[in-house]
Design a protein around this ligand. Structure first.
Ligand SMILES: *Cc1c(COP(=O)(O)O)cnc(C)c1O
Length: 398
């Protein structure tokens, strides 16, 4: 069937919340995607930082298929071995004490918010306690996650949202202090802001917020959904700062395309909720946990993070050169395989040309930033190829 016919069928059935690019993808291999007409695309978007291991990483499909043949779902009324294994491996990698598996990132944030509220309630705080989140942040689309997402455009049509959320300026410790009161029960932020345009937390900011939380008995909650799972060159980005959160969230690359997320906690936060406080029918079922356990095994056995550090440094050099030679680039930010180039103009035309003419998947973050979140398994020659195609896309757009 013709591409256009597929697109028309899609547009006549799907709820219109997305403006999709006119490409119908069919299959993937390594760091390439193929459309229904057989064209190959270099993938530097990884399904929005999800396909950390790329497509068909050795052993991954086999592990998922084996679990399909055994058991996909039992509910959380019972135990299963994949959940135990995925849980143990994730705790080991994260240095946390407890994990709850979710179906998405936004649900992991919901869980973190419920821990913050339950922890405050347990301490006997008045119910008007407050959570400090960050401007320019992104935590997801459910109403709770939207309440802590510092983006008026996303929030406005759905107001009123959860009350008592205050927004500080990211990387501005004084703005956090200015909002602080005895009502503050938690601070939530991305360790590296993703959707907002790839802004890493400044080390002194993260350490300063940690110290404030410690002084006041508030929880530090770090959203690692995009920057976690090795992408920053550490398993979780906070590990590269030496600042440990009380609560953290993970999703995106955890299942390498199988939908699974988690919220994790340590210390008091690890025991704040009790049986009956939270649940999920699908959450952490054997299928998704078999995928997550395999991903975590591969990370360890194949030193994925060592590779990310090396190729991430190479990507940094190449983007730095491009930033210097391209007058429309005004900033270059990020770490390892989560980097961004900020332009002095909207990047949508470049992204579209890259896709349709250069056959390369790039994604933006906000209007003016191209975000580079490729599969973690890219090689230096893929970086070179990306830079060449991006150069042509920029030139074509003019
Ligand atoms: C993608 C993302 C989310 C939301 O995850 P979903 O799986 O889309 O619900 C939350 N926080 C951050 C930092 C993200 O990048």
């Amino acid at each position: 069937m013709e591409k256009q016919q597929y697109i028309e069928r899609a547009e006549s059935v799907l709820y219109k919340t997305y403006n999709r690019f006119p490409v119908v993808f069919d299959h993937g291999e390594g760091v390439s995607l193929f459309d229904n007409e057989g064209n190959e695309y270099l993938d530097f978007g990884a399904g929005i930082a999800v396909m950390g291991l790329g497509y068909h990483y050795p052993g991954f499909d086999e592990a998922v298929k084996a679990q399909v043949d055994k058991l996909c779902h039992i509910s959380n009324l019972f135990y299963s071995t994949p959940m135990i294994e995925a849980g143990e491996k994730l705790l080991k990698a994260s240095q946390m004490e407890r994990v709850f598996f979710t179906n998405s990132g936004t649900e992991a944030i919901e869980g973190a918010l419920k821990i913050a509220k339950r922890h405050a309630y347990n301490k006997g705080m008045a119910p008007d306690y407050e959570i400090i989140a960050m401007k320019n942040s992104f935590h997801g689309r459910s109403l709770g996650a939207l309440s802590v997402t510092g983006n008026d455009h996303y929030q406005e049509p759905f107001a009123p949202l959860i009350p008592n959320i205050k927004f500080a300026k990211f990387n501005d410790l004084e703005s956090v202090k200015a909002l602080w009161s005895e009502k503050t029960c938690a601070v939530l932020m991305e360790t590296i802001q993703g959707e907002g345009g790839i802004y890493p937390a400044a080390p002194e900011f993260l350490a300063g917020v940690r110290a404030l939380c410690d002084e006041q008995g508030a929880l530090l909650m770090l959203d690692e959904i995009q920057c976690g799972m090795g992408r920053s060159g550490s398993m979780f980005a906070w590990q590269g700062y030496g600042v440990k959160p009380d609560v953290m969230t993970v999703a995106k690359a955890l299942g390498n395309g199988v939908p699974v997320g988690a919220f994790l906690a340590c210390g008091e936060a690890a025991a704040a909720m009790v049986p009956g406080d939270h649940g999920s029918t699908y959450g952490g079922n054997p299928l998704v946990c078999a995928a997550a356990a395999k991903v975590l095994d591969i990370f360890e056995e194949d030193d994925v993070i060592g590779h990310v550090s090396e190729v991430g440094e190479y990507l940094w050099e190449k983007l730095e050169q491009l930033a210097e030679s391209e007058p429309h680039v005004v900033a270059h930010r990020g770490k390892a395989l989560i980097q961004g180039l900020e332009f002095d103009c909207p990047v949508a035309p470049i992204v579209k040309n890259a896709l349709l003419e250069q056959r390369m998947v790039l994604i933006s973050a906000g209007t003016n930033v191209i975000r580079f979140v490729p599969p973690l398994v890219i090689q230096e020659e893929d970086v070179d190829e990306m830079i060449a195609r991006l150069g042509r896309a920029i030139a074509a757009v003019g």
